[in-house]
Each structure stands twice: as structure tokens, then as C-alpha cells.
Ligand binder design. Sequence first.
Ligand SMILES: NC(=O)c1ccc[n+]([C@@H]2O[C@H](COP(=O)([O-])OP(=O)(O)OC[C@H]3O[C@@H](n4cnc5c(N)ncnc54)[C@H](OP(=O)(O)O)[C@@H]3O)[C@@H](O)[C@H]2O)c1
Length: 326
Amino acid sequence: MTQTFGQTDLKTSRIVYGCMGGAGAFGAQEERDSIEALQAAFDVGINFFDTAEAYGAGYSEQLLHRALGDKRSEMVISSKVAEKNVAPDDLIAACERSLKNLGTDHIDLYMLHWPNREVPLEDSIGALKQLRDDGKIRYYGVSNYGTEDLDAALALGEISVNQLPYHLFFRAIEFEVQPKCKTAGVPIMCYSSLMQGLLAGKYRSLQDFPVNRARTRMFDHRKWAEVVHKEEGAEEAGQELLDALWALTEETGLSMEELAIGWLKSRKAVGGVIVGTRNGEQSRGLKKLLDVELDASVLKALDDASERLKQELGKDIDMWGKGRTR
Ligand SMILES: NC(=O)c1ccc[n+]([C@@H]2O[C@H](COP(=O)([O-])OP(=O)(O)OC[C@H]3O[C@@H](n4cnc5c(N)ncnc54)[C@H](OP(=O)(O)O)[C@@H]3O)[C@@H](O)[C@H]2O)c1
């Protein structure tokens, strides 16, 4: 089942397949698993695939072509230009490379991956408009744009998407940017919807989370080796939420993924919920996430359980606290 994506004419599944993990972002990854994961996601009914030139330096885009090139006409593809390539000539060259990697003549939705303070935004948007007018991309948008950046982008062009980190462990966008997206009619694509696996029902304790994933602002910089921010985190509130989620799985009979994704599907302005998998078996599990809808009482319980963490982490939408967003 598909929906119309925001103000575009793209018909998309509400679950978007995220291609980053398949290119090795989470560690060693067998290529055949990545290919099977992509094909199985398509087979369960997902037609929307999100990638970026930054994922494996083009490898993720190439994998998508190899796995599903023969299904291109049935797919909607989003990709992103890396922050370092947003000067006009670089951006156009990056898009040409992505088209080649993807084995296609157009990208449906093309985003500026992160804000870049060195290149005037009007120059980047000008290049995106040129790509659209040339038929190389259908629509363009942004990713990781807070209210100030989004206002600037909206003043310059027709922004068809804002891709943002959003999940039960990270509700920062709710303070400002989500209401702005709703008012402006800009659909949100949520990323890290399963908090890189923490919301996939594999961990009883935050302390068991892999160190290379425990990098978000929730984690105390004094305890975790790969954290780059300097915040004390909110681990007590995070553990309280994790405990509440486990209790809710028992009360409702739903899996943690169903709770996490069902909640996101109900949130304002959400046009797509991105989920990444590592193999075919995990992708077959996405079928139930396409179908899940939660009762109002379960949604309320999830709101309540995650409220303390939301308040403690506050409104900075950079999930890793690198100071890149505003
Ligand atoms: N715009 C941006 O700046 C940005 C940033 C980050 C991500 N993204 C996008 O968002 C996508 C997804 O986000 P994410 O990669 O951060 O991760 P995610 O979707 O939150 O979590 C992915 C992880 O969840 C686990 N998982 C998924 N399905 C499962 C299942 N059925 N059973 C058990 N475990 C399951 C797997 O963990 P294991 O690896 O442990 O098996 C998988 O690697 C990316 O691929 C990318 O497209 C965008």
C-alpha cells in the first residue's frame, strides 16, 4: 500500500528502506546479505529506498542498483549529496556520479545531507533546481535542517522533504522543527527509527549497546569511548524508557519494533519511516511494520514513557551533538 509523499506525485510505502547499514556502516557486512536484504524488503512491499553518496563512498548506491536494478520503474529512490559537495559544480558532479552508481537516469528525491556553512545555500539550491529542470532529479529537499536552516531553504525553493533523526529515544525535533515542517507542508523522513537496533528488542540494558553505536547525546561522554559530544547524557531516563518498552511488549503482545514504528507512523508530518536491516531475515520482519497501527492507549503509554528522556535531552536536533544543526 502506498501514499502520496507530501506535495510531490511520488507514491511511496510508509516504511522506507535505509541502505546505510548494508554498505558496512555498522561493521563487517557480507555483500550477499546486503543484496538479499534489499530484495526481501522490496518483496514484502517496500518501494521507497533511501541511500546517499556518503554510504560507502557510492557503494550503497551501487548495491541498490545490483539488487533491484530490474525493478527501477516500481521504485522511488532518495539519495543525498554529501556536505562537502554542495558548491554548484561539485553538486552537479556528485549527482552525475550517483546516477551512474544507481544505474538510473533520474533520482526521485535528492537531499542536501547536512547543512554547510561555507557555501551559500542559494548556490546549492540553484544547482538542485538546475538538476530538476534537466530531469536528473524529480524533487529536492534537505536533511538535518533545524528551524533556522529550514526557513532559509524554504525562502529559496520548493523543499519536498526534511530527513531528520526521530524515534522514541530522540524526540528533539518535536520542540521546534516538526511543527515548522507541518505548517510548511514539508514531510519528515525519520531516520534511526530503531535507534540503530536499540529499539529492535535485543538489549535489556543500555550498557549492552555496542560501543560504536552508543554515540548519541543520550550517552554520557565520560563513559563511552566513541562519543564526540561533551554532554553528560540521560542514561537513567533512557534505561527507564527501555524498561517501560519491555513491559509494554508483554502487556500488548507487540514486538518492540512494532511499538517503535507504530508510534512514529502516528506522529505529525511524518511522510516516511526509514528502517535499515542487515540481512534477508530482518527485512522479512519489515512486513509487520508496514501493517502495524497502534491503539490510542498504547500511543499514550509510549508518549508518557519517553517524555522524561525527551525533556532531559532537549531541543538540539543533532543526535550526535556535533554542533552542526540550527
Ligand atoms: N540523513 C542522515 O543524516 C541519516 C543518518 C543516519 C541514518 N540515515 C538513514 O536511516 C537509515 C536507518 O537508520 P540507521 O541505519 O541509523 O538504523 P535503524 O534503522 O535505526 O536500525 C537498524 C538496525 O536495526 C536492527 N534491525 C532492523 N530490523 C531488525 C529486525 N527485524 N530484527 C532485529 N534487528 C533488526 C539491525 O541491527 P543489527 O545491525 O544489530 O543487526 C539494524 O542494523 C539509514 O540506512 C539511512 O538510510 C540517515
